[in-house]
Every structure is written in C-alpha cells, then in structure tokens.
Unconditional design. Sequence first.
Lengths: 180, 327
Amino acid sequence: MKGVIFNYLAEMAEEVFGLEAWDAILEKTGNSGIYISADTYPDQELMDLVAAAHEISGIPVDDLVKAFGEYMFPRFLNENPQFFADDMTLKSFLLTVDRVIHVEVRKLHPGAQLPEFEYKDEHDNELTMYYTSPRKLCRVAEGLIAGAAKHFDTDYTLDHPECMHKGAKACTLHLTMKPK
Amino acid sequence: METTVLERALAREKARRLRAEELLETKSRELYLSYEKLRDSHYKLEQASRTLQEKHQQFMDKQDQFLMLNSLHDSVTHDLRLAASLQEQILPDPAQFGDIDARGLSKPAMYVAGDIFDFFLISDEVMAFYIADVTGHGAAAAMVSYSIHKQLNPRKGGICVRQFESSGSFSQAVESTVFSLNNDYAGLTGENHYFTFIYGLLNHKTGEICFCQAGHPAPLHWSHNQNSLQEVGSGGVPMGMFEDIEYASYEFTLEKGDSVFLYSDGITECFSPDNEEYGKKRLSDVITNTKNEELSTTLRAVDKDITNWNHSSVFNDDVSIFGIKRH
C-alpha cells in the first residue's frame, strides 16, 4: 500500500479523533507512523491501524473504512484535478475510474496494486460496478463513491448485494442516481 | 495534551521529512541518470536521423541516376534498333549469277552484329564474296563491320574492284585485296578492330574459286563428284593484328552440284544449356543431309538445328553463314 494512503489515514485520525488518539493508535500497533507518500508499506500495517482505531474509538471497522474512503476523495480531487472535467457527472466520473484514472496511476506508480472495476451501464440513472481486489476494501470504494457524489452534488442509493467478504468473486455495487 | 505526545508527533514529522528528503535525493539521482540516458538516446536518435536523411538523399540520388541511366538505356536501345535495321539492309539478298546461287543467314547476338558477309559481281563473270567476324559483338563490333563493308563495297569504289582490275590473276587480286585491307586496320590502336576474314573471287561460268583466309573458320566444300564435305584452307592470322602480312590464297573449282559454305564461329561455338558445344560435326551433318536440296533449305535446316541446340533464338555470339551453290 502506498504511503500516501497511510498519510491520509493519519490526517483523518488527527482531525477526527485528535493527535492523542492517533498517538495511541500508533503506540497500540507499534508502528512508527512515519510514511512517505511514494513509498510502499505492508497492507497489514493499514489493517492494524484501522483495527486499533476501531478499538480506541468504538466505531465499527466497516464504518471507519467507508469514512476513510469518503475522507480521501476531496484530497484525491485536490491533487489530481486533471481527472475531473467540467461537464462530468457522478456516473461519467465513475466510468473513468478503471479505464482512465487507474491507467494513469499505474504510469505514475509502476507496480501499484489497484482494484479492478467492471461496469454494467444499461440505464441512464443507474450503474452497476463490479469490484475485485485481493485487499477486499470494498468499503473504501463505497466511501470514495460517497465522496464523489458529494462533489458532484448527486443524491444516490447504493446496494451491495454481493460481497467478496461473503464469498463472492466480486462485490456488486449497484448505484441509482436520483434525478434533480 | 501531554507534551510527550506532541514531541512524538514532531519527531515523527521530523523523521518523515528526513526520510522524504532522502527519498527525494535518491529519486533526484535516479531522475538525473534517467535524464542522462534520455539525453544519450536523444543524441543517438539524432545521429540515426541524420544517417537516415543521408541514406535517403543517397537513395534519391541513386534513383535520379537510375532514371537517367534508364533514359539513356532507352535512347541507346532505340539507336541500336535503328542500327540493326540499317545493318540488315546492307546484308545481301539471295542472288543468282549464271548457274550459281548465293544466299546467307545472319542472327546478331545483340541488336547489331560484328559479323558481316556479302557477295556481288565485280565483272560480267566474276563474283566477289567475303565474310568477317569482328572481335566481340554489339555496337563497337558493328561499326568495324560496317567499315569493312564500306571499304569493299563495289558501288563505293571498293578496293576489291580496284585490286581485281589491276591484277593479272585471281590469286594476285585476292591476296593484294586482303593485304591492303589488313594494313588499313593494323595501323589502328585499341582491341576492337581485329577480325577474322575470308575474301574470295568466283568465276561463275567456270566455277574457279580463289580465296584468302585470315583466321576465319575454313570454308566447307561439298564435292558432288567425291560425295564428301571437306574443309578448304588452313587458318591464317586475323586481320588488323600485324602490318604487311602476306596472306596465301587457296584455289579449287566449284563443279556442278558442288556448294561451299562460309560461316562464323558463333555457329560451331554455340553452347547448349548443358554447356555442350554445337561443333563443326553437327554443322557438317546438316549440310551433308541437305546436299541435294536448294541452298534455302540447307540454311533453314541450319537455322532450325542451331536454334534447337541453343534452346533460344537469342544467341550469345553473332551467328552467320552463307552458301554458294553451283547447279
């Protein structure tokens, strides 16, 4: 996992829970807390940090992970404005994630292990995304979608009927956008 | 908040910055090395591009040269075709003088030939004849052969007429003509003016023949009375090599039913695709097998046989033959 993700997590923890809580999380996990954005760190380290945050805050892990995804989105937007065209909608943006954004990310960070998305796009206000990743961080994806919806000022509902955590080969994320 | 928490956060931040600076330095070095490699590649690419441009220019120059040569080739080919047409016109038509028939066959290796032959009357009773094979073939050889033709042409005051009129005998006339012609060419420099040659006179009423041989294949004489084909002559030095050479003459009589054939080595030295020489024997067989036929039949038979042997109507050397037959 790239250090930039750890740094986002540290920022969020400091903002939401405070510096003392983040210090306690680090102490609990024994992690150094020193992360460089472009470096790569073990996935398990992130999982340990989330688990410790859950223990200290009492917030369920799924909610924490989703909140983390939502927290990351505006930062991602701020650092990569080139991926956001003026005429984009939530749906058209989500369709670029696998075909454009991840392609560019792989150029910047060779060897980056990114989740893969397949799409079913049959109706104007609906989109089904099939998420696969060995990390099974589908809640992060949900959080990122929530962050994107906020950016595009779009109300939506999301169903997650099939999940890799429940043995499915891919997570099905079905979005229904509400017209304004 | 405990001071230690802040201190630890600051220490983490400091360590992170140090690590980031180290990483930045490493990445900068890597970036610089990549830049150098890129610069080298760019330089090589520029060199390759220049080389390619030079090659392209060379190719264009070659193409221009090729087009020019092609144009020249077309022009030369056109000229050679015209020359071939003219050369064909100076070859003699079949002729009959008394009970003598004469006719020939000519096949140039290129458009024009270094071979030439002719026969013509130089008095009421006397027919002159000659055959020449100039070194090489093509335009240079054809120019020499045309020059020979012009010097011997009776309508242009050729030397054969002058020598005949000033000589007391056939042998003197023949020998002095060949002597004079040889000296005309022996004085020239270069290599393309050598030629083998036979020049002779024939009294078409008596059949008396006298000729000089200058390195040319010996004539083949079909004797009706002896029922045999024999070579007459024994070689001699080709024309144009040395000055003041005395050429000996040979005499025999062409009896009724006899014939004589003069030919160039393009016939006997024609090679089959299996690299086998046609040879004198095959030519002799064709002549013998058609001994009772008209000259035209014999020459057609030679043409067919040599073309079959060559497996093509395009020959590597000029092919010439002409015959004289007494009825």
